[in-house]
Write a protein that binds this ligand. Structure first.
Ligand code: TYD
Ligand code: MG
Length: 449
Protein backbone atom coordinates (compact mmCIF):
# COMPACT_ATOMS: atom_id res chain seq x y z
CA UNK A 1 0.00 0.00 0.00
CA UNK A 2 1.48 3.32 -1.02
CA UNK A 3 1.57 5.92 1.68
CA UNK A 4 1.10 9.64 1.19
CA UNK A 5 4.04 11.55 2.59
CA UNK A 6 3.01 14.07 5.22
CA UNK A 7 4.97 17.07 6.47
CA UNK A 8 4.88 18.63 9.90
CA UNK A 9 5.85 22.18 10.82
CA UNK A 10 8.46 22.05 13.59
CA UNK A 11 7.32 25.51 14.68
CA UNK A 12 3.56 25.10 15.12
CA UNK A 13 2.86 21.39 14.60
CA UNK A 14 0.68 21.94 11.51
CA UNK A 15 0.48 18.83 9.29
CA UNK A 16 0.19 19.12 5.49
CA UNK A 17 0.58 16.85 2.48
CA UNK A 18 2.31 19.44 0.26
CA UNK A 19 5.89 20.43 0.80
CA UNK A 20 6.11 24.19 0.67
CA UNK A 21 8.87 26.59 1.69
CA UNK A 22 6.56 28.41 4.08
CA UNK A 23 4.26 26.79 6.64
CA UNK A 24 0.67 27.65 5.58
CA UNK A 25 -0.40 27.90 9.21
CA UNK A 26 2.26 29.96 10.98
CA UNK A 27 4.09 31.37 7.95
CA UNK A 28 7.50 30.26 9.24
CA UNK A 29 10.05 29.53 6.52
CA UNK A 30 11.83 26.21 6.04
CA UNK A 31 10.21 24.51 9.02
CA UNK A 32 8.35 21.66 7.23
CA UNK A 33 9.83 18.23 7.75
CA UNK A 34 8.68 14.76 6.76
CA UNK A 35 6.33 13.37 9.41
CA UNK A 36 7.64 10.05 10.74
CA UNK A 37 4.45 8.11 11.28
CA UNK A 38 4.41 5.21 13.72
CA UNK A 39 4.14 1.95 11.84
CA UNK A 40 0.66 0.67 12.59
CA UNK A 41 0.95 -2.87 11.23
CA UNK A 42 0.63 -5.46 13.99
CA UNK A 43 2.64 -3.87 16.80
CA UNK A 44 1.78 -6.83 18.97
CA UNK A 45 4.46 -8.86 17.15
CA UNK A 46 7.03 -6.75 18.95
CA UNK A 47 5.14 -6.32 22.21
CA UNK A 48 5.27 -9.45 24.32
CA UNK A 49 1.98 -10.22 26.07
CA UNK A 50 -0.01 -7.58 24.15
CA UNK A 51 -2.99 -8.71 22.05
CA UNK A 52 -5.48 -7.16 19.65
CA UNK A 53 -8.78 -7.30 21.54
CA UNK A 54 -10.89 -7.96 18.44
CA UNK A 55 -8.81 -11.03 17.65
CA UNK A 56 -9.54 -12.58 21.05
CA UNK A 57 -12.09 -15.30 21.61
CA UNK A 58 -15.36 -13.67 22.66
CA UNK A 59 -17.39 -16.78 23.37
CA UNK A 60 -19.53 -16.39 26.48
CA UNK A 61 -18.30 -18.71 29.24
CA UNK A 62 -20.23 -21.98 29.49
CA UNK A 63 -22.64 -22.14 32.41
CA UNK A 64 -23.34 -24.80 34.95
CA UNK A 65 -26.93 -24.33 36.05
CA UNK A 66 -27.55 -25.16 39.68
CA UNK A 67 -31.18 -25.85 38.82
CA UNK A 68 -32.20 -23.30 41.46
CA UNK A 69 -33.60 -20.61 39.17
CA UNK A 70 -33.45 -17.75 41.65
CA UNK A 71 -29.76 -18.47 42.25
CA UNK A 72 -28.92 -19.02 38.58
CA UNK A 73 -30.51 -15.72 37.56
CA UNK A 74 -28.55 -13.75 40.18
CA UNK A 75 -25.35 -15.47 39.01
CA UNK A 76 -26.10 -14.35 35.45
CA UNK A 77 -27.17 -17.77 34.14
CA UNK A 78 -25.42 -20.23 36.42
CA UNK A 79 -21.97 -21.05 37.74
CA UNK A 80 -18.92 -20.62 35.50
CA UNK A 81 -16.19 -23.30 35.29
CA UNK A 82 -13.09 -21.95 37.01
CA UNK A 83 -15.13 -19.10 38.52
CA UNK A 84 -15.29 -18.52 42.27
CA UNK A 85 -18.34 -17.10 44.04
CA UNK A 86 -18.22 -15.64 47.54
CA UNK A 87 -21.53 -15.53 49.39
CA UNK A 88 -21.92 -13.51 52.55
CA UNK A 89 -24.77 -13.10 55.01
CA UNK A 90 -25.77 -12.97 58.69
CA UNK A 91 -25.47 -16.15 60.74
CA UNK A 92 -28.62 -18.24 60.45
CA UNK A 93 -29.83 -16.55 57.27
CA UNK A 94 -29.53 -19.83 55.32
CA UNK A 95 -26.17 -19.78 53.50
CA UNK A 96 -25.33 -23.38 54.39
CA UNK A 97 -28.84 -24.48 53.49
CA UNK A 98 -28.78 -22.72 50.11
CA UNK A 99 -25.36 -24.10 49.16
CA UNK A 100 -26.11 -27.62 50.33
CA UNK A 101 -29.26 -27.45 48.19
CA UNK A 102 -27.25 -26.14 45.23
CA UNK A 103 -24.52 -28.77 45.70
CA UNK A 104 -27.06 -31.60 45.78
CA UNK A 105 -28.87 -30.18 42.80
CA UNK A 106 -25.71 -29.85 40.64
CA UNK A 107 -24.70 -33.42 41.58
CA UNK A 108 -28.16 -34.66 40.60
CA UNK A 109 -28.37 -32.71 37.32
CA UNK A 110 -24.88 -33.47 36.00
CA UNK A 111 -24.39 -36.89 37.66
CA UNK A 112 -20.83 -35.96 38.59
CA UNK A 113 -19.29 -35.83 42.08
CA UNK A 114 -19.68 -32.57 44.03
CA UNK A 115 -17.70 -31.83 47.19
CA UNK A 116 -19.15 -29.92 50.13
CA UNK A 117 -16.36 -28.93 52.53
CA UNK A 118 -17.51 -27.93 55.99
CA UNK A 119 -15.32 -26.55 58.71
CA UNK A 120 -18.33 -25.52 60.75
CA UNK A 121 -20.58 -28.49 61.34
CA UNK A 122 -20.31 -32.17 62.10
CA UNK A 123 -21.16 -35.00 59.69
CA UNK A 124 -24.33 -35.70 61.63
CA UNK A 125 -25.56 -32.10 61.48
CA UNK A 126 -24.98 -31.87 57.75
CA UNK A 127 -26.51 -35.26 57.05
CA UNK A 128 -29.58 -34.26 59.05
CA UNK A 129 -29.93 -31.03 57.11
CA UNK A 130 -29.41 -32.77 53.77
CA UNK A 131 -32.17 -35.22 54.53
CA UNK A 132 -34.45 -32.46 55.83
CA UNK A 133 -34.12 -30.55 52.57
CA UNK A 134 -34.08 -33.76 50.55
CA UNK A 135 -30.88 -33.02 48.66
CA UNK A 136 -28.67 -36.02 49.50
CA UNK A 137 -27.70 -38.26 46.58
CA UNK A 138 -24.85 -40.63 45.77
CA UNK A 139 -22.82 -37.96 43.95
CA UNK A 140 -22.87 -35.48 46.84
CA UNK A 141 -19.74 -35.87 48.99
CA UNK A 142 -18.91 -34.27 52.30
CA UNK A 143 -15.56 -33.40 53.82
CA UNK A 144 -15.83 -32.11 57.34
CA UNK A 145 -12.69 -30.73 58.89
CA UNK A 146 -10.91 -27.44 59.32
CA UNK A 147 -7.82 -27.93 57.17
CA UNK A 148 -8.27 -26.74 53.62
CA UNK A 149 -5.10 -28.47 52.38
CA UNK A 150 -6.39 -31.87 53.49
CA UNK A 151 -9.80 -31.10 52.04
CA UNK A 152 -8.46 -29.98 48.66
CA UNK A 153 -6.17 -33.01 48.34
CA UNK A 154 -9.37 -34.87 47.43
CA UNK A 155 -9.96 -32.58 44.51
CA UNK A 156 -6.57 -33.29 42.88
CA UNK A 157 -6.81 -34.81 39.46
CA UNK A 158 -10.18 -33.19 38.84
CA UNK A 159 -12.32 -35.75 40.65
CA UNK A 160 -15.01 -33.23 41.55
CA UNK A 161 -17.14 -31.07 39.29
CA UNK A 162 -18.18 -28.44 41.85
CA UNK A 163 -16.80 -27.31 45.19
CA UNK A 164 -18.47 -25.60 48.15
CA UNK A 165 -16.50 -24.27 51.11
CA UNK A 166 -18.41 -23.60 54.34
CA UNK A 167 -16.89 -21.28 55.49
CA UNK A 168 -13.74 -19.37 54.60
CA UNK A 169 -13.42 -18.16 58.20
CA UNK A 170 -13.57 -21.67 59.65
CA UNK A 171 -10.63 -23.13 57.72
CA UNK A 172 -6.87 -22.98 58.07
CA UNK A 173 -4.08 -23.74 55.67
CA UNK A 174 -0.65 -25.08 56.62
CA UNK A 175 1.06 -22.57 54.37
CA UNK A 176 0.34 -19.80 56.78
CA UNK A 177 0.31 -19.80 60.55
CA UNK A 178 -2.50 -18.40 62.65
CA UNK A 179 -6.01 -19.07 63.89
CA UNK A 180 -8.86 -19.62 61.45
CA UNK A 181 -10.60 -16.38 60.60
CA UNK A 182 -7.52 -14.16 60.86
CA UNK A 183 -6.84 -11.90 57.90
CA UNK A 184 -3.83 -13.91 56.68
CA UNK A 185 -5.61 -17.25 57.08
CA UNK A 186 -8.79 -16.09 55.33
CA UNK A 187 -6.75 -14.75 52.41
CA UNK A 188 -4.60 -17.88 52.16
CA UNK A 189 -7.60 -20.24 52.37
CA UNK A 190 -9.48 -18.26 49.71
CA UNK A 191 -6.39 -18.29 47.49
CA UNK A 192 -6.17 -22.08 47.77
CA UNK A 193 -9.78 -22.41 46.61
CA UNK A 194 -9.33 -19.90 43.76
CA UNK A 195 -6.18 -21.73 42.57
CA UNK A 196 -7.91 -25.11 42.71
CA UNK A 197 -10.97 -23.87 40.82
CA UNK A 198 -8.80 -22.34 38.10
CA UNK A 199 -6.51 -25.38 37.88
CA UNK A 200 -9.31 -27.92 37.36
CA UNK A 201 -11.72 -25.48 35.70
CA UNK A 202 -14.51 -26.20 38.14
CA UNK A 203 -16.84 -23.71 39.78
CA UNK A 204 -16.48 -23.06 43.50
CA UNK A 205 -18.60 -21.25 46.06
CA UNK A 206 -17.07 -19.92 49.26
CA UNK A 207 -19.33 -19.01 52.17
CA UNK A 208 -18.23 -16.01 54.21
CA UNK A 209 -19.40 -14.57 57.51
CA UNK A 210 -20.21 -10.91 57.72
CA UNK A 211 -19.25 -8.42 60.37
CA UNK A 212 -21.73 -6.30 62.36
CA UNK A 213 -21.63 -3.56 59.72
CA UNK A 214 -22.51 -5.99 56.95
CA UNK A 215 -19.08 -6.46 55.33
CA UNK A 216 -17.59 -9.87 54.67
CA UNK A 217 -15.17 -10.63 57.50
CA UNK A 218 -11.56 -10.83 56.40
CA UNK A 219 -9.32 -8.75 54.17
CA UNK A 220 -10.84 -6.37 51.60
CA UNK A 221 -8.71 -8.33 49.14
CA UNK A 222 -11.10 -11.26 49.50
CA UNK A 223 -13.75 -9.62 47.34
CA UNK A 224 -11.13 -8.83 44.68
CA UNK A 225 -9.85 -12.39 44.59
CA UNK A 226 -13.18 -13.92 43.57
CA UNK A 227 -15.27 -13.41 40.42
CA UNK A 228 -18.66 -12.93 42.01
CA UNK A 229 -19.79 -11.67 45.41
CA UNK A 230 -23.33 -12.43 46.53
CA UNK A 231 -25.18 -11.06 49.51
CA UNK A 232 -27.84 -13.17 51.18
CA UNK A 233 -30.10 -11.22 53.51
CA UNK A 234 -33.45 -11.26 55.24
CA UNK A 235 -35.75 -8.42 56.12
CA UNK A 236 -36.91 -8.10 59.69
CA UNK A 237 -38.40 -11.26 61.09
CA UNK A 238 -39.86 -12.41 57.79
CA UNK A 239 -39.08 -15.83 56.40
CA UNK A 240 -38.18 -14.29 53.03
CA UNK A 241 -34.55 -14.18 51.96
CA UNK A 242 -33.10 -11.90 49.29
CA UNK A 243 -30.12 -12.80 47.15
CA UNK A 244 -28.27 -10.06 45.30
CA UNK A 245 -24.94 -9.85 43.48
CA UNK A 246 -22.62 -7.14 44.79
CA UNK A 247 -19.97 -7.87 42.16
CA UNK A 248 -20.27 -10.11 39.13
CA UNK A 249 -17.60 -10.57 36.49
CA UNK A 250 -19.97 -12.80 34.55
CA UNK A 251 -23.28 -10.96 34.71
CA UNK A 252 -25.23 -7.99 35.96
CA UNK A 253 -25.50 -6.99 39.61
CA UNK A 254 -29.12 -5.88 39.30
CA UNK A 255 -30.89 -9.18 39.65
CA UNK A 256 -32.87 -10.08 42.73
CA UNK A 257 -33.44 -13.64 43.88
CA UNK A 258 -36.09 -14.29 46.53
CA UNK A 259 -36.50 -17.41 48.64
CA UNK A 260 -38.72 -18.41 51.51
CA UNK A 261 -37.20 -20.39 54.37
CA UNK A 262 -39.54 -23.32 54.95
CA UNK A 263 -39.49 -26.58 56.88
CA UNK A 264 -37.95 -28.25 53.84
CA UNK A 265 -35.23 -25.66 53.13
CA UNK A 266 -35.30 -22.63 50.86
CA UNK A 267 -38.02 -22.50 48.27
CA UNK A 268 -37.99 -20.00 45.41
CA UNK A 269 -40.53 -17.19 45.37
CA UNK A 270 -41.46 -16.53 41.78
CA UNK A 271 -44.40 -14.16 42.35
CA UNK A 272 -42.37 -11.39 43.92
CA UNK A 273 -45.10 -8.80 43.67
CA UNK A 274 -47.12 -10.72 46.23
CA UNK A 275 -44.35 -10.04 48.75
CA UNK A 276 -44.95 -6.37 49.20
CA UNK A 277 -48.55 -5.98 48.26
CA UNK A 278 -51.52 -7.46 50.04
CA UNK A 279 -53.85 -7.00 47.05
CA UNK A 280 -56.33 -5.22 49.27
CA UNK A 281 -58.02 -2.79 46.96
CA UNK A 282 -60.11 -1.00 49.59
CA UNK A 283 -59.53 2.66 48.98
CA UNK A 284 -57.52 4.44 51.65
CA UNK A 285 -56.36 8.01 51.32
CA UNK A 286 -52.58 8.32 51.03
CA UNK A 287 -51.92 5.00 49.29
CA UNK A 288 -50.53 4.75 45.73
CA UNK A 289 -49.40 1.70 43.80
CA UNK A 290 -46.42 1.42 41.48
CA UNK A 291 -44.43 -1.24 39.66
CA UNK A 292 -40.76 -0.89 40.58
CA UNK A 293 -37.90 -2.70 38.90
CA UNK A 294 -35.28 -4.74 40.74
CA UNK A 295 -32.87 -5.62 37.95
CA UNK A 296 -35.14 -7.20 35.38
CA UNK A 297 -37.73 -8.19 37.98
CA UNK A 298 -40.84 -6.01 38.20
CA UNK A 299 -42.29 -5.71 41.69
CA UNK A 300 -45.60 -4.21 42.75
CA UNK A 301 -44.99 -1.73 45.54
CA UNK A 302 -47.42 0.09 47.77
CA UNK A 303 -46.45 3.57 48.88
CA UNK A 304 -48.31 4.80 51.95
CA UNK A 305 -48.41 8.32 53.28
CA UNK A 306 -49.95 9.77 56.38
CA UNK A 307 -50.59 13.48 56.90
CA UNK A 308 -51.37 14.87 60.35
CA UNK A 309 -51.88 18.49 61.29
CA UNK A 310 -48.81 19.84 62.98
CA UNK A 311 -48.49 22.18 65.89
CA UNK A 312 -44.82 22.83 65.20
CA UNK A 313 -43.38 25.60 63.05
CA UNK A 314 -41.22 23.01 61.28
CA UNK A 315 -43.39 20.11 60.18
CA UNK A 316 -41.95 16.62 60.54
CA UNK A 317 -40.93 14.53 57.54
CA UNK A 318 -40.35 10.86 58.25
CA UNK A 319 -39.67 8.22 55.62
CA UNK A 320 -39.09 4.49 55.38
CA UNK A 321 -38.30 2.77 52.09
CA UNK A 322 -37.77 6.05 50.23
CA UNK A 323 -34.74 8.19 50.86
CA UNK A 324 -35.59 11.10 53.18
CA UNK A 325 -33.95 13.73 50.94
CA UNK A 326 -35.98 12.55 48.01
CA UNK A 327 -39.18 12.61 50.06
CA UNK A 328 -38.45 16.19 51.15
CA UNK A 329 -37.69 17.19 47.57
CA UNK A 330 -40.98 15.72 46.31
CA UNK A 331 -42.87 17.43 49.12
CA UNK A 332 -41.30 20.75 48.11
CA UNK A 333 -42.24 20.14 44.46
CA UNK A 334 -45.87 19.50 45.44
CA UNK A 335 -45.91 22.59 47.61
CA UNK A 336 -44.53 24.89 44.91
CA UNK A 337 -45.81 23.37 41.69
CA UNK A 338 -49.25 22.06 42.61
CA UNK A 339 -50.57 24.71 44.96
CA UNK A 340 -51.22 22.07 47.59
CA UNK A 341 -49.86 23.35 50.88
CA UNK A 342 -47.70 20.88 52.79
CA UNK A 343 -46.62 23.27 55.53
CA UNK A 344 -49.32 22.62 58.08
CA UNK A 345 -48.86 18.89 58.13
CA UNK A 346 -46.41 16.35 59.46
CA UNK A 347 -45.86 13.82 56.68
CA UNK A 348 -44.89 10.19 57.02
CA UNK A 349 -44.11 7.97 54.04
CA UNK A 350 -43.63 4.22 54.05
CA UNK A 351 -43.16 1.50 51.44
CA UNK A 352 -45.16 -1.55 52.52
CA UNK A 353 -43.36 -4.79 53.32
CA UNK A 354 -40.01 -3.19 54.16
CA UNK A 355 -39.10 -2.75 50.50
CA UNK A 356 -36.57 -0.04 49.73
CA UNK A 357 -37.28 1.87 46.51
CA UNK A 358 -34.31 3.37 44.71
CA UNK A 359 -36.01 3.42 41.34
CA UNK A 360 -36.90 7.04 40.33
CA UNK A 361 -40.19 5.73 38.94
CA UNK A 362 -41.42 5.89 42.54
CA UNK A 363 -41.50 9.73 42.38
CA UNK A 364 -44.91 10.02 40.76
CA UNK A 365 -46.65 7.45 43.01
CA UNK A 366 -45.00 9.07 46.05
CA UNK A 367 -46.37 12.49 44.99
CA UNK A 368 -49.79 10.98 44.35
CA UNK A 369 -49.76 9.36 47.79
CA UNK A 370 -48.69 12.61 49.49
CA UNK A 371 -51.37 14.66 47.71
CA UNK A 372 -54.00 12.04 48.42
CA UNK A 373 -53.09 12.02 52.13
CA UNK A 374 -53.12 15.82 52.35
CA UNK A 375 -56.53 16.07 50.69
CA UNK A 376 -57.80 12.98 52.50
CA UNK A 377 -59.18 11.64 49.23
CA UNK A 378 -58.30 8.12 48.09
CA UNK A 379 -56.77 7.59 44.66
CA UNK A 380 -58.64 5.71 41.98
CA UNK A 381 -58.51 1.95 42.60
CA UNK A 382 -56.77 -0.41 40.15
CA UNK A 383 -54.35 2.32 39.10
CA UNK A 384 -50.58 2.24 39.13
CA UNK A 385 -48.34 5.30 38.85
CA UNK A 386 -45.07 5.20 36.92
CA UNK A 387 -43.00 8.33 36.50
CA UNK A 388 -40.01 10.31 37.61
CA UNK A 389 -40.74 13.86 38.78
CA UNK A 390 -38.41 16.78 38.08
CA UNK A 391 -38.00 19.95 40.13
CA UNK A 392 -40.22 21.85 37.72
CA UNK A 393 -42.96 19.33 38.42
CA UNK A 394 -42.62 17.70 35.01
CA UNK A 395 -43.31 13.97 34.78
CA UNK A 396 -40.57 12.02 33.02
CA UNK A 397 -40.50 8.56 31.45
CA UNK A 398 -39.19 5.49 33.29
CA UNK A 399 -37.02 2.57 32.14
CA UNK A 400 -38.60 -0.62 30.78
CA UNK A 401 -42.20 0.60 30.84
CA UNK A 402 -43.18 -2.45 28.76
CA UNK A 403 -42.03 -4.84 31.47
CA UNK A 404 -43.80 -2.85 34.16
CA UNK A 405 -47.09 -2.68 32.27
CA UNK A 406 -46.97 -6.42 31.64
CA UNK A 407 -46.66 -7.02 35.38
CA UNK A 408 -49.40 -4.45 36.07
CA UNK A 409 -51.71 -6.32 33.69
CA UNK A 410 -50.83 -9.65 35.29
CA UNK A 411 -51.72 -8.25 38.70
CA UNK A 412 -55.06 -6.89 37.52
CA UNK A 413 -54.39 -3.15 37.29
CA UNK A 414 -56.62 -1.50 34.70
CA UNK A 415 -55.07 1.98 34.55
CA UNK A 416 -51.50 3.26 34.45
CA UNK A 417 -50.56 6.92 34.87
CA UNK A 418 -47.37 7.59 32.91
CA UNK A 419 -45.38 10.47 31.42
CA UNK A 420 -46.79 12.06 28.26
CA UNK A 421 -43.38 11.37 26.69
CA UNK A 422 -43.97 7.65 27.09
CA UNK A 423 -44.89 6.11 23.77
CA UNK A 424 -46.51 2.90 24.82
CA UNK A 425 -49.70 0.89 24.45
CA UNK A 426 -50.81 -2.14 26.37
CA UNK A 427 -53.84 -4.34 25.86
CA UNK A 428 -56.21 -4.23 28.81
CA UNK A 429 -54.56 -1.23 30.45
CA UNK A 430 -55.82 2.28 30.04
CA UNK A 431 -52.82 4.56 29.68
CA UNK A 432 -53.25 8.03 31.16
CA UNK A 433 -50.50 10.36 29.95
CA UNK A 434 -49.53 13.32 32.11
CA UNK A 435 -47.09 16.14 31.48
CA UNK A 436 -47.04 17.85 34.84
CA UNK A 437 -47.59 16.71 38.38
CA UNK A 438 -50.27 19.38 38.91
CA UNK A 439 -52.55 18.01 36.19
CA UNK A 440 -51.79 14.44 37.19
CA UNK A 441 -52.86 14.91 40.78
CA UNK A 442 -55.88 17.13 40.10
CA UNK A 443 -57.19 14.64 37.53
CA UNK A 444 -56.72 11.45 39.47
CA UNK A 445 -57.91 12.58 42.85
CA UNK A 446 -61.16 14.06 41.65
CA UNK A 447 -62.02 11.40 39.08
CA UNK A 448 -62.09 8.62 41.62
CA UNK A 449 -64.62 5.96 40.67
P1 TYD B 1 -28.22 -22.04 57.89
O1 TYD B 1 -28.23 -22.50 56.49
O2 TYD B 1 -27.52 -22.91 58.87
O3 TYD B 1 -27.69 -20.57 58.01
P2 TYD B 1 -26.21 -19.98 57.85
O4 TYD B 1 -25.37 -21.02 57.22
O5 TYD B 1 -26.40 -18.75 57.01
O6 TYD B 1 -25.76 -19.62 59.21
O7 TYD B 1 -29.74 -21.86 58.28
C1 TYD B 1 -30.06 -21.78 59.60
C2 TYD B 1 -31.52 -21.45 59.84
O8 TYD B 1 -32.40 -21.91 58.86
C3 TYD B 1 -31.88 -22.15 61.12
O9 TYD B 1 -32.32 -21.14 62.01
C4 TYD B 1 -32.95 -23.09 60.79
C5 TYD B 1 -33.47 -22.62 59.47
N1 TYD B 1 -33.86 -23.75 58.59
C6 TYD B 1 -35.19 -23.92 58.26
O10 TYD B 1 -36.05 -23.16 58.69
N2 TYD B 1 -35.53 -24.94 57.41
C7 TYD B 1 -34.62 -25.80 56.93
O11 TYD B 1 -34.98 -26.71 56.17
C8 TYD B 1 -33.25 -25.62 57.28
C9 TYD B 1 -32.20 -26.55 56.79
C10 TYD B 1 -32.91 -24.58 58.12
MG1 MG C 1 -23.75 -22.05 58.03
Amino acid sequence: MSRITKYICTECGHVTTTKTGKCPACNSWGTLEILQETKTDSPSQNLPGVKIISALDVKAPPRIATGIDELDRVLGGGLVPGGVVLIGGQPGIGKSTLLLQAAGSVAKIYGKPVLYISGEESDAQIALRASRINTANDKLYLYSGANIDDALRNVEGGKFSFLVLDSVQAMTTGNDSGWPGTVTQVRAVAQRVVDTARQYMIPAVVIGHITKDGKIAGPMMLEHMVDTVLNFSGEGYSSYRMLRAVKNRYGSTDELGVFEMTEGGLSPVSDKSGLYWNRDDSAVAGVAMTIALEGSTPLAAEIQTLATRTIFPYPRRTSRGIELNRFQLLTAVIDRRCSISTNNHDLYINVAGGLSLQDPSADLPACAAIASALKNVPLAAGTCWLGEVGLAGEVRPVTRIDLRLKEAARLGFHTAVVSSRENVKFDGIKIVRVTHIDGALAGMITTRN
